[in-house]
Design a protein around this ligand. Structure first.
Ligand code: ADP
Ligand code: MG
Length: 393
């Protein structure tokens, strides 16, 4: 299946026209950056571990022009309210609690790193669902970073832009997320999943074309909104750091899978920390197993590994919720090859790996199960591995 080139150009043209209408002149350019879905490797990225996301066809598209008067004007077609005006030299981390903190945070992070980024006019529009675990926040950050990198000729590499975007989200917005989302949005390639070592950001593009093998990957958005900067994510992160400290390693990445039993013994009666450590160490191992299976051409065999990952997130990391569990259980009972929650947890989306011929049965079964449980109807779509951030016009 090809990239949705036509749709991309249409969206870019529309955002360009809206910018012109809003600000009175045409933008200098239009860029887009995708949301992502994580195939495997959950809550490993802040433990220096492995992740394996791929980019969605859903993108945030931004039209941008530089300004010489030091004013930053931000507008989103997806948010009620008009243009927000900020002063780049007065940006303060932790002071903005609105959506503008994400793009302003990128400007702040670039300036703080010494890059001469001043004012700009920005208008954007997105097809990435927000708060669904599909990383609309990273898409928003990365599209702004790429636009400013190009317009100011900063020459920063994709991984450097991802780092700056992570800093924007961690420090400026105040959400303690790892590096996966921003790297996925900046670095993914069409038809591939990205095997990323979050310790040194070394990457390998792994061909991932399910359609060619008669399979599909479904994303089921439960419509349960998570709140990332809320306490639970931070608590898990702190628990992982405590585990690393108790085990005398820099990060849980350094606990060998073969030595997991001994490591858990050493944690004694630290029951919660033991569970967190067990998830992270087995999850890193699952990423390596998925990579090996895909490289060996044994794609269907990744299904049970994904399902194991869900059990680990549900029972050890304890970040699933009834809606996510219902998607996974129903999909598996209806013939799915594997299923798991994806993203930060406490809501958001699940992924389902299935034979193409089973997609309709599974989708219907999940819808019926949600209706029977009295849950809001889920939104299901097929995820096709798509391109990372790019200049559109
Ligand atoms: P996720 O990244 O999983 O979608 P987050 O809570 O990390 O969820 O980020 C969602 C937030 O990002 C939104 O609440 C909003 O502040 C901001 N955001 C994302 N996309 C847009 C957009 N198109 N326009 C304005 N704000 C957006
Ligand atoms: Mg996010």
């Amino acid at each position: 299946m090809g990239a949705p080139v036509g749709a991309d150009v249409d969206a870019a043209q529309r955002v360009r026209d809206e910018f012109t209408e809003l600000y009175g002149t045409a933008p200098e350019g239009v860029w887009s950056a995708p949301g992502r879905v994580n195939l495997i490797g959950e809550h490993t990225d802040y433990n220096d571990g492995f992740v394996m996301p791929f980019a969605l066809p859903h993108v945030t598209t931004a039209a941008v022009s530089r300004r010489t008067d030091g004013v930053l004007r931000l507008h989103s077609a997806d948010i009620e309210g008009g243009v927000v005006e900020l002063a780049p030299d007065a940006l303060e981390p932790g002071t903005d609690h609105a959506w503008t903190a994400y793009p302003a945070g990128v400007v702040w992070a670039l300036r703080e790193a010494g890059h001469p980024v001043g004012g700009a006019d920005v208008h954007l529009s997105s097809t990435v669902p927000t708060g669904a675990g599909l990383s609309s926040s990273a898409a928003l950050e990365v599209v702004i970073a790429l636009a400013l990198n190009d317009l100011h000729g900063l020459g920063l590499a994709r991984w450097q832009l991802a780092r700056l975007c992570q800093r924007a989200e961690n420090v400026y917005v105040g959400a303690p997320t790892g590096i996966m989302d921003q790297t996925a949005s900046a670095c993914c390639e069409h038809g591939h999943a990205l095997f990323l070592d979050t310790r040194d950001l070394s990457q390998k593009q792994i061909p991932f074309d399910l359609a060619a093998e008669g399979m599909r990957l479904l994303v089921v958005d439960t419509q349960v909104k998570h709140a990332h900067s809320g306490g639970e994510y931070g608590k898990r992160r702190a628990g992982c750091e405590k585990g690393a400290a108790l085990l005398g390693v820099d990060a849980l990445r350094d606990v060998a899978y073969d030595g997991l039993g001994a490591a858990l013994d050493r944690l004694g009666d630290e029951e919660e920390v033991r569970r967190l450590v067990r998830h992270v160490v087995t999850e890193d191992h699952r990423v390596e197993r998925v990579v090996a299976l895909l490289e060996a051409g044994d794609t269907r065999a990744i299904g049970p590994v994904l399902t194991e990952g869900h059990a680990s997130l549900r029972d050890d990391f304890r970040i699933s919720c009834p809606e996510l569990d219902l998607v996974v259980d129903t999909a598996l009972a209806s013939g799915a090859l594997g299923a798991r929650m994806t993203g930060g947890g406490f809501g958001g989306s699940a992924i389902v790996l299935a034979e193409a011929s089973d997609v309709d049965t599974i989708t219907k079964a999940v819808e019926e199960a949600f209706a029977a449980a009295g849950f809001t109807a889920p939104r299901t779509f097929e995820a096709v591995p798509s391109a990372g951030a790019r200049r559109a016009v």
